[in-house]
Ligand binder design. Structure first.
Ligand SMILES: C[S@@+](CC[C@H](N)C(=O)[O-])C[C@H]1O[C@@H](n2cnc3c(N)ncnc32)[C@H](O)[C@@H]1O
Length: 172
């Protein structure tokens, strides 16, 4: 039940950011690293409020960092999404997947598209409070390639290489 508890903690801030940034008339969204799908169900709620229909497609297997041309045997190649959503993935993956996320999003999004990201990150490598330091240490003990990614020194520069700039950073 751990993830239900975490969801309860973060759903308010994710929902309010999504609502603020998304076009109320709609749009297409690809969630990468959906896991159990617990967050996309929230997203469905937003849309259901305005359109009164269920429009979340079934989950499919997709690995960022492979070429988008091979995602789902190329099925996504002709779709340009309005939004990409990525929650709680980067700290539990090798850094190559951080780079892959931005590189691949650049191909999968329409030119005015946005990426929404949520997760435990650091800013200027600041590992406080103590529980953040402990969390990062535990991640690295589990896998040396895992760890909290830094917004200033890793996410912003990497995203910039693929044409993305940070428009809003909401601390939760
Ligand atoms: C900690 S879980 C987060 C799941 C969900 N977003 C949440 O917040 O509950 C990390 C997720 O990242 C996915 N993942 C790991 N590496 C990936 C990759 N290279 N490409 C796409 N998804 C990946 C895993 O399958 C897993 O669902």
């Amino acid at each position: 039940m751990f993830h239900e508890h975490a969801l309860e903690r973060n759903k308010k801030s994710i929902l309010s950011s999504l609502k603020k940034c998304m076009d109320p008339s709609g749009g297409s969204l690809l969630e990468i690293s959906s896991g159990s799908g617990q967050h996309i169900r929230l997203f469905e709620t937003i849309i259901a409020c305005t359109h009164n229909l269920s429009n979340v497609l079934p989950a499919k297997y997709l690995v960022v960092s492979s070429e988008p041309s091979v995602w789902l045997s190329g099925q996504l190649m002709n779709i340009q999404y309005d939004y990409i959503l990525n929650i709680n993935m980067l700290h539990v993956t090798n850094f190559i997947y951080t780079e892959g996320l931005f590189r691949d999003s650049c191909c999968a999004l329409n030119p005015k598209g946005n990426i929404f990201m949520y997760g435990p990150y650091t800013n200027n490598y600041k590992l406080s409070p103590m529980r953040k330091f402990e969390f990062d240490s535990n991640l690295e003990m589990y896998d040396v390639k895992w760890g909290l990614r830094d917004i200033t020194h890793q996410l912003i520069p990497n995203a910039f290489m693929y044409g993305f700039t940070l428009t809003e950073n909401v601390a939760t």
